[in-house]
Write a protein that binds this ligand. Sequence first.
Ligand SMILES: *Cc1c(COP(=O)(O)O)cnc(C)c1O
Length: 277
Amino acid sequence: MNKILFNDEIVDRDLVVDIEDRGYQFGDGIYEVIGVYDGKPLMMKEHLIRLERSAKELQLNLPLPAGEMEEKLEKLAAANELKEGIIYLQVSRGTSPRWHEFPPDDTPPVTIGYTREEERMSDMEDQGANAVLTEDIRWLRCDIKTLNLLPNVLAKQKAVKHDAVEAIMHRGETVTEASASNVFIVKNGALYTHPADNYILNGITRQKIIELCEKLGLDVHEETYTVDALLDADEVFVSATKSDIIPILKVDDHVIGKGKPGEITKSIIGEFRKLYS
Ligand SMILES: *Cc1c(COP(=O)(O)O)cnc(C)c1O
């Protein structure tokens, strides 16, 4: 794991970030996490398309077209002999004297990619885990995958403190998503998940699940639902890259459904696993 992608080169991991990198000082940048299963990145194209969208929304120039980036990241994963884990990629608005406004147009973005080995979370996917509730205090452009993650960090810390795997966030009565994953509920055989608007990050895993549900003949409603509906759901699960799909058994002190992974959730997990095995 000692090689990294720095701009357009694969180099040794002994790089020092400039103190005036805008990613470091302002969180002025974007990122992606791509899962690698058995040496193969999953849905890399979709992640890079989202990276391009995030860049466009923030008027940030990407150093390479998505196609070339894909090639570089595949080379990086191969150089590190990554079998099971993630590729992390971030692009900041570059290094420039610290002023809030954009740096001069000719400031090149700073791109860094690295890999990390991570075990599959199959046990948690099979057994489920608990979640806590927390108010969603984020800004109004949650659809952009930016480096600004303080509200998410605080939410996740609350989860960890309560031995929970995730913090499910709500704006007032409306459930949005979790600190680093999307949330689905199942009620009377149908799925509900917050629509992909500016209040949530539209997960690649979320999008794939919706597609798989079509195949499984399950109805998915991309509609908002309340905290009460969440607590009253038959099944709840969260979805994100690499942790894939985790059934939620309890939210705060409320047991969800029968307090074990639901049948619909299990059928979706089964279908999702076919993507990489
Ligand atoms: C990345 C992320 C997700 C999950 O997206 P995937 O593409 O499925 O990994 C969900 N919510 C937030 C806030 C995220 O940053």
